[in-house]
Design a protein around this ligand. Structure first.
Ligand SMILES: [Zn+2]
Length: 312
């Protein structure tokens, strides 16, 4: 079976594997993400070397490598810019992998890689255009159009979390004011909880803790509820705006905020169906994410164009 080497470079952990042409995932290597560049690259190199040293039965050696990564990827797909949680700012990672392993290498933003994986194998596979929104620590987005992720003029399309929800409002992690992410990103929700609700039940607030605090019987119920109402307003408006702008065939929703607060998913869908035109919502499908990291690995593998012909 033909294979490619795929990687998921995240802010807390990295995962490397062989992806087969039947979408099977083999020889998975996990490493925690370290903050210094030299040990990070050493761990990457060792993980890839281990995978290449003992190929599973039936797997051919990989012919290319694709990595989904946090951060912004310049249009040439050779390096990573502005990845606050990876020690690779400006580093020519594609060349590094090519020099060491002789595999042509592509880099792809992880939101786009996830969306591509969802498009290939997820609950809304083949629905085009496919809009994927991940409410995690920040807000990740991927739009598949014509079988591929929409990149934009400088490979920066889709950052709808950094458009404005409340002009002049709360400071966003990006430095801007009033962005959607400052209201419905996971980091924003938990930071707000620490400001308004005081000490967390287990030391650090999670979205699930805030949801529990908003339930009847909690002394913090009213404050937690109003915090979540504002976060829900932001999330619902964001998906409504994205649907009206992009007219997707299906929307995949996922991320840690929705796992900790499952009711929000239905609230978003109800809002979108009642606040968009018939042309937008009549045939619109909502689907949950596959979750996990395999979607990123599939998307990263797809970006190499070594395994799967383009679907039309
Ligand atoms: Zn922002």
């Amino acid at each position: 079976m033909r294979t490619v080497l795929a990687g998921d470079l995240g802010g807390t952990k990295c995962r490397f594997a062989l992806v087969g042409e039947d979408f099977s995932v083999h020889s998975v290597q996990h490493v925690p993400t370290v903050r210094e560049r030299a040990p990070f690259l050493q761990a990457l190199e060792q993980s890839v070397a281990r995978i290449l040293a003992s190929l599973p039965k039936g797997c051919e050696p990989p012919t290319a490598a694709g990595f989904g990564t946090a951060g912004v990827i310049p249009k040439d797909g050779r390096s990573i810019d502005r990845a606050p949680n990876l020690p690779l700012d400006g580093f020519p990672l594609a060349k590094f992998v090519e020099d060491r392993f002789g595999l042509p290498t592509t880099l792809l933003n992880d939101g786009r890689a996830s969306a591509w994986g969802e498009f290939l194998r997820g609950h809304a596979a083949g629905r085009d255009p496919l809009l994927c929104l991940f409410f995690g620590t920040g807000i990740g987005i991927g739009l598949i159009h014509d079988g591929r992720p929409l990149a934009g003029g400088t490979n920066a399309a889709g950052e709808i979390g950094h458009t404005t929800f409340r002009p002049g409002g709360r400071r966003c992690p990006c430095g801007g004011l009033g962005h959607f992410e400052a209201y419905c990103g996971g980091r924003a929700i938990t930071e707000r909880a620490a400001e308004l609700l005081g000490k967390a039940p287990a030391g650090t607030w999670t979205v699930g803790d805030v949801v529990a605090a908003s339930r009847a019987g909690s002394a913090l119920q009213t404050i937690a509820q109003s915090l979540l109402d504002e976060a829900a307003d932001a999330a619902c408006t964001l998906v409504e705006n994205a649907c009206t702008l992009l007219n997707p065939s299906a929307v995949v929703l996922g991320g840690g905020v929705l796992s900790g607060w499952p009711e929000l998913t239905a609230r978003i869908e109800t809002h979108v169906r009642s606040h968009t035109s018939h042309a937008i919502h009549d045939r619109l499908q909502f689907a949950p994410t596959l979750g996990g990291s395999d979607a990123i690995l599939w998307g990263a593998a797809a970006s190499t164009e070594a395994l799967w012909p383009r679907r039309r």
